[in-house]
Structures are given as structure tokens and as C-alpha cells.
Write a protein that binds this ligand. Structure first.
Ligand SMILES: [Zn+2]
Ligand SMILES: [Zn+2]
Length: 276
């Protein structure tokens, strides 16, 4: 299991990413759903201040402070720089929980900021297009990896071994950055340049039917399809879907799988917790 996701547009959204112990957004119901797993979370990244993405934070912090589990571990919360609503909410939560047994660290982040994770990984925040006047961010998990320098790519194993013994391994390898996961947050379609080469894309798809969208602040299924014509992630997880489409979820998944047979699709059903 890598992800546990609950997402129903307007109601609640949260994404638990187990490999790096991260949580993306904190919609309501999260503590009850995750139970003791809330103690494993080290960092929370908030995409924007809409209530369906933050309402569970108070409960999360309170439960973590009082339930059985290792309470002394720090909790870091990152949120878009200049988001006054989130700041006020954090101050309220801090005021309501004056005697926290763990250290609560809150930090503003903005487009282009890199946050170190463990195991050569880091997180990068990027700007998204959601509601005018609302600071919103998407997130990407990246990993620093090493590969053979391209000048040596045609050599045999034996030849490479010989060169390594002569000039040292560090001179034969070069570093590159691999995109592991890209998460859109609430947004219009993310730019293909950002997603390009990402193994997993988690993208919002609030509207299945284009005609239901009144404002240009969320993504539609047509836009997802258009996006997938220019980028090729291995896996696509669609979330933040409006519950008016509950009965269409299976059909949409079948259609997408037929049209993009080399991509593994998951659609987060608005009424269910998805374990992926
Ligand atoms: Zn939302
Ligand atoms: Zn929103």
C-alpha cells in the first residue's frame, strides 16, 4: 500500500502517502479513518485554504495529542505563503491546544520551494490555478538518483568496471532527479512540463461532464484526456470528483483504460476510501 485517499469534492480531501509519511490536505474525517496511522505522519502539506481540504486538521492535532501513540514526534505543517485563512485557523488550533505534547512546526511555502525528505528525496511546491485571490499549490515528490554518464552508455560491463577502477565510481556516474509523484491539488490542468516523466500523477477531476462546470477553477475529464495525449505517466489517480457522478465512476475508468492502455488508472470514488 502506498496511498490511502479520501476525496469528495466540496466535502473532504486528504491523501496519505506512506513511503514518505506525508499527508496532503486534511479534510474532515481523516483521524477517524486513519486511526493510529496519524502518528506515522511527519509532514502535512496543505494545498489551499478551502474547508474541504483543512477541516480535519483540528481533530488530527487533537487526536494525535491525546490518543495512544508516540506523541513526542514533531509534526510539520506546510501551507501556501500569504494564506491568511490558514494562518488564522492554525492560530485557532494552537490556542485550543495550548499543551501539545509534541512540537508543532508551521511553515509557509511558495512556488519552487524544495523541502528535504528522507532517502535522497525532496518535495517541491508549484503554483496552481484555482480560485482567484486564493493562494494554491500543487506538490511533487522527487528523488535524486545516479546513472551512468551518457558518454559511457555504449560500453560493456567489463569496460565500465575497468574505467571505474581507473577514475572512480563518482566520475562515471551523474546525478539526475526522478519525479516520483505529482499531486495537483484543486486546480485547472497542471502544465505538462511539470508532470512530464512523473511516475504517478494524482490529478483532480471535479467534473466528468464539461457542461456542469460553471467557473474555470477545476479540471474536467476532457481536459485530463487532453493532458494524457501529451504526457505518459505510468499511473494516474483521479480524485476530487463531484459525488453527482458516483454512478459513472466505473464507466469512466473503463473508458480511460481503453483509450490509454499503457496507463494504470485509479479513480477515487467520492464515497469510498481508496487504498492504492
Ligand atoms: Zn476542494
Ligand atoms: Zn478548492
Amino acid at each position: 500500500m502506498e496511498f490511502i485517499i479520501r476525496s469528495k469534492a466540496l466535502y473532504t480531501t486528504w491523501i496519505y502517502y506512506k513511503p514518505d509519511r506525508l499527508l496532503f490536505d486534511v479534510g474532515e474525517g481523516i483521524s477517524a479513518a486513519l486511526g493510529n496511522k496519524i502518528y506515522s505522519i511527519e509532514k502535512i502539506f496543505i494545498s489551499h485554504s478551502h474547508v474541504d481540504h483543512i477541516a480535519g486538521l483540528w481533530g488530527f492535532i487533537n487526536t494525535r495529542n491525546n490518543a495512544m501513540g508516540s506523541r513526542e514526534k514533531n509534526l510539520e505543517i506546510y501551507y501556501p505563503k500569504g494564506s491568511k485563512n490558514i494562518e488564522e485557523y492554525l492560530n485557532f488550533i494552537k490556542g485550543m491546544n495550548r499543551y501539545l505534547r509534541f512540537k508543532l512546526i508551521t511553515k509557509e511555502i511558495e512556488h519552487g520551494d524544495n523541502i528535504p525528505l528522507k532517502n535522497n528525496r525532496f518535495l517541491r511546491a508549484f503554483k496552481t490555478r484555482h480560485t482567484p485571490g486564493e493562494k494554491s499549490l500543487g506538490f511533487q515528490i522527487l528523488e535524486r538518483r545516479k546513472k551512468l554518464k551518457s558518454v559511457y552508455s555504449n560500453l560493456s560491463g567489463e569496460e565500465i568496471k575497468k574505467i571505474i577502477s581507473e577514475i572512480g565510481k563518482e566520475n562515471v556516474l551523474e546525478e539526475y532527479v526522478k519525479k516520483i509523484v505529482t499531486i495537483s491539488g484543486d486546480s485547472l490542468p497542471i502544465s505538462p512540463d511539470i508532470i512530464e516523466d512523473s511516475d504517478t500523477l494524482i490529478h483532480e477531476c471535479t467534473f466528468i461532464k464539461e457542461s456542469d462546470r460553471k467557473l474555470r477553477n477545476h479540471t474536467s475529464l476532457n481536459e485530463i484526456k487532453k493532458l494524457l495525449n501529451s504526457i505518459h505517466p505510468k499511473r494516474v489517480i483521479l480524485y476530487h470528483i463531484s459525488s453527482r457522478y458516483n454512478r459513472l465512476i466505473n464507466k469512466v475508468k473503463r473508458d480511460l483504460t481503453e483509450n490509454f492502455s499503457d496507463i494504470e488508472f485509479h479513480i477515487v470514488h467520492p464515497e469510498e476510501i481508496s487504498i492504492i
